[in-house]
Design a protein around this ligand. Structure first.
Ligand SMILES: Nc1nc2c(ncn2[C@@H]2O[C@H](COP(=O)(O)OP(=O)(O)OP(=O)(O)O)[C@@H](O)[C@H]2O)c(=O)[nH]1
Ligand SMILES: [Mg+2]
Length: 275
């Protein structure tokens, strides 16, 4: 057995590995943070991200910020139809953020209504994080930092492997796609896997699912977990369940402050989302 401690913002430590070759399979619904863990394996135990490797993320960062800002405006409008924001045509017609766009983007993200809806926005972490980096991102010589790389969001399609060394042991890690139409591919690698790390997003209880907005993300996490754990393909696999995005969960609970009543209501909503 092994123990994996904490996600994104803290180091992952694998304390004990029984054999020289371990194959870890990262499973879970979409957006829970599997690829982010995969990137952390690269940073902590693998090749890391050289300048060249980080340059490959430049387009992803620009694309993430622009598309997420656009969907946030649409999302805000669905919650507050009177929203008074008209982005200039040049802002979203470009596929890159230029220095001349920064002020307008900032103004949009700082709008009160937009800020309120950001709290329930699927890509909150990524957009909130990059909103403090707009100036740097817009420069022609911008190279994403490792933190930028971790904050990017790209849906995983298929299966991606990497080999790392942990305390002298060779470990293969397989990242998988978690959206509904990706999950059947999980079975292509379960035969060789030594264990599955099943990732759930604790903060998913306030989010709607990308594939079906009538579905709650945390409920979907449990449905995906049931799908994996009851599959004959996984009957031989030990599962480790990782409750991820604790930082976002804490922020959501804190946003209900200072009213203790509010915290109780938030916990009640969390409980209801599990039923
Ligand atoms: N704040 C915070 N953000 C996280 C955490 N884990 C992941 N994220 C962010 O959540 C977003 C989605 O993470 P991914 O790792 O791409 O999700 P995934 O599970 O690989 O999604 P699929 O590839 O679609 O299955 C990214 O923008 C990450 O930066 C976390 O623990 N805390
Ligand atoms: Mg992924």
């Amino acid at each position: 057995m092994f123990l994996v401690k904490r996600p994104v913002d803290e180091r992952i430590s694998i304390e004990y590995l029984p054999t020289p070759a371990i194959h870890i399979l990262l499973l879970g619904a979409g957006d829970v943070g599997k690829s982010t863990l995969f990137k952390q394996f690269t940073i902590i135990y693998g090749e890391g991200y050289s300048d060249d490797a980080r340059r490959n993320f430049i387009d992803v960062v620009h694309h993430n910020v622009l598309t997420q800002a656009q969907s946030l405006i649409e999302f805000t409008r669905s919650l507050e139809p009177d929203l008074n924001i008209c982005p200039s045509s040049r802002l979203f017609s470009n596929d890159h953020i230029l220095p001349t766009h920064v002020q307008e983007l900032r103004a949009i993200l700082e709008n009160d209504a937009v800020w309120r809806s950001l709290q329930k926005f699927r890509h909150r972490h990524s957009l909130e994080y990059f909103s403090s980096r707009l100036q740097e991102i817009s420069l022609h010589d911008y190279i994403p930092s490792r933190a930028d790389v971790l904050a990017t969001r790209t849906r995983t399609l298929g299966l991606i492997d990497q080999h790392v060394t942990v305390n002298g042991a060779r470990v293969k890690v397989t990242d998988t796609g978690g959206q509904r139409n990706e999950r059947k591919k999980w079975w292509h690698v379960t035969d060789t896997a030594s264990c599955a790390v099943f990732v759930l997003n604790l903060n998913g209880y306030i989010l709607d699912l990308y594939e079906d907005t009538s579905q709650n993300c945390l409920k979907e996490d449990f449905a995906a977990f049931r799908y994996a754990i009851t599959s004959p393909h996984c009957s031989h696999l030990p599962f480790l369940v990782l409750l991820n995005q604790k930082d976002m969960f804490q922020q959501t609970l804190q946003a209900e402050k200072p009213d203790p009543e509010g915290i109780l209501q938030a916990l009640q909503r969390f409980k209801l989302s599990l039923e």
